[in-house]
Design a binder for this molecule. Sequence first.
Ligand SMILES: CCCCCCCC/C=C\CCCCCCCC(N)=O
Length: 542
Amino acid sequence: MAPTAVEKLLALLFWAAVGLLFAVFRVLSRPNAAAPVRKLPPVANPLLLLSATQLAKKIRRREVSSVEVVQAYIDRIQDVNPLINAVIKDRFDAALQEAAQVDKLIEEETDGEEVLEDRLPLLGVPLSVKSSYAFQGMPFTSGLRSRSGVVASVDAPPLTLLKKAGAIPLVTTNTSELCMWLESHNHLHGITNNPYDLERIPGGSSGGEGSLLGAAGSVIGVGSDIGGSIRIPAFFNGIFGHKTTSAKGVVSSENQYPPSSGRHKEYLSLGPMCRYAEDLKPMLKIMAGPNAHMLSLNASVDLKKLRFFTIPHDSGSVWTNAVSEELMEVQRKVVERLEADLGVRVQEVCFPELSHSFQIWDTYMRLPDDEGNPPTSFSKLMGEPGRPAWPAWELLKRTVGKSDHTVAAIGLGLMEWTEASAPSQSTVQMKERLQKKVDELLGTDGVFLYPSHPRVAPRHHHPLFRPFDFAYTGILNTLGLSVTQCPLGLGEEGLPLGVQVVAGRLQDHLSLEVALFLEKAFGGWREPGSPATNADGAEQAS
Ligand SMILES: CCCCCCCC/C=C\CCCCCCCC(N)=O
């Protein structure tokens, strides 16, 4: 699968042009060295350091009231949001009223704690919601200026299920424009910052969720992922995120904006994002509702009996950056811990087809659905009803600061013009070969480790100059696998490290179990802004 001479030449020209543009960007956007470095305030309230599972238990036992927990999160959001800009809109007053009703219900409950746990497992626990989910009464904009003022009139099904389980939504959070970029920036709600370094990106498209969770402004949240939109923000913000097996609607993707079309329904996965690994499984169980049985979430998993593999990189794509040494090193440490603690052998494997991850993802994203309906074009989604946007015109307008769209969205619109009308047969064959190899490797008891991204959280706008690095996550959507993004401590610059834990289709219980192990072994989420975390830049990964 070595690149052809033509591909090498194209890549050379592309990277030379990008290098030039980047040099110009650096000159124009030189940071003000004299500006004080702003940091998040440390977490003062110990309630913010408990998992949703523990909070729900304490609320049920009346050791703490739901009002106290909700108020603690409101206070934290008010402290951190001016720095991270993760929240689009809050509903604090309504949430406090709902929390008071929860406390009253518990006060009057006579059926006992277990019945309550069974019926309402998240009773009284605060929740944050990505704004691509319809959330009744809240903005439903997907970062599009033309949708300013659009308010959802219903709840998306997974949100309905979480509310039914007793969770109390506090806020809706920012995304990239049309949820299709790895930086959460749009010209309606602004730019969201990474809580570990405000000059860096929180990832996207569920970047508002990632940032707020990383900042301890939320304990559980929900995201969506068609190319990495749960896992990239989970990685950059040091939290857990689960991309559910992509099998048409295990977790319903109804009432999302943009709505999925073409093959997107098959690759879009909705799933939980959270700070504590023990919340992943209960959340997913709730979000999947009647389909939860498809994921074997109740099956017990003996990690010692699993087969483990590690894939250190994408076999040398000419379009992605090389995986940094600190990320390679932390993945090696995971291998060592698995081998030492579980007595398993972790085998290194390599799939040359991964070097074409971007081409495979891109090709399959453009395919029609089973009825032959192609996906809605990006330019159409960018425009207004009946009036698609003209990306070239938008680019001209952007140069004079007059476009409603971000450079990333305009770039994606322009890229559509370069696409051939028929998919490349060699790419389709390559994907089929890769799918077969991966399915055989994983079976129903295999798990592999794969880098989440080649680098830790980049500085704002830098992904424009490395647009294909998301292929490390995107390829796993096309392959339809279950993937849990796990944090692994902080690296040299005080930024979160992590890895993707990948299991076969519908084997979500396996990657979720490995996440619990890795949280114990590596310490899970670390508080940004705490003196312990920030001493000399970082607490190193164990
Ligand atoms: C200047 C803009 C660059 C244009 C070229 C872009 C080429 C890359 C193509 C697609 C990037 C998609 C990024 C997807 C990130 C996650 C999406 C998701 N919702 O899961």
